[in-house]
Design a protein around this ligand. Sequence first.
Ligand code: IPM
Ligand code: MN
Length: 351
Amino acid sequence: MKKIAVIGGDGTGPEVVREALKVLKEIARLENFKYETQSFDFGGDRYLATGQIITDEEVAQLRNFDAILLGAVGHPDVAPGILEKGLLLKLRFDLDQYINLRPVKLYPSVDCPLKDKGPEDIDFVIVRENTEGLYTGSGGFTYKGTANEVATQLMVNTRTGVERCLRYAFELCRKRNDKKMLTLVAKTNVLTFAHDLWWRAFNEIAAEYSDIKTDYNHVDACCMWMVKNPEYYDTIVTTNMFGDIITDLGAMIQGGMGLAAGGNINPQGVSMFEPIGGSAPKYTGQDVINPLAAICAMAMMLRTIDLETAGDRVEQAVMRVTPQMKSMSAGKMGYSTHQVGDLVCKTLTTD
Ligand code: IPM
Ligand code: MN
């Protein structure tokens, strides 16, 4: 019996998670596995009502699940940073989900903003370090509010943190396909301490993976290549902040936020899967948001909890649904949110 914790979260989060759960129910029936879900109301509404985001006891409770499915975090009435730090980053850090895995794959018939690029050109994966870098919250102010104000935000890179992320990327690259090329994306020409550590660790670990071709891009050049020659990439490994930025670029070239899924992974613990698009408050409750990213996040979740075939089948079904949709954008799909969920279920049953 698999135990899934469900956090609908803010904005359109609950709507897209509902569709992912609908598809989960269907695939469990078809693949004959048992699961149970438990919902948690963490998010902006609860925070506004009670002043509480998530307690340490509640985080501890989440450790008892096989995986977490998350909708979105971000509420228009809550100041920026509060829920992001208090919920999303807290879970990533406390559960030590040190990998943020974001596939960039263009599905059939999905509009790509890049001229002359198709599904055969866009199929790579970004491994983003998820617990260090600029995200640790180290730093602070001196003379705040004065003309002499100083603000620092430290970029933290530990040997252990960097190595475990790189190793995960090498392993993933090894089993992904025949391309076997791992690109480190960093900025060694400017961050001559922090990214020198990444560079040295990358080359040392590479010696253990003689079957994998290693490659390096500065992050600015990577943005250029992702647009110009996305077919070049296989597996990218990068730091937390650079990964945050280039995965949004990745989401656009794969057809938009409506399709972009990600996993916050602790290979030894509890992982959390989410559509990466955010809470999209202006579409809340309208049944117009694209649920495919959440459904794909759920498929990633299945693969991570030893239900590989089930996860693959869900992704296959999504790839047969995208050609039936007019667009991947909210309100323009030719279907409502729940109809897209229904289509995926129907496709699963008839495949
Ligand atoms: C993401 C988001 C988060 C991040 C925010 C909401 C803190 O942009 O998951 O990419 O920066 O990691
Ligand atoms: Mn982001």
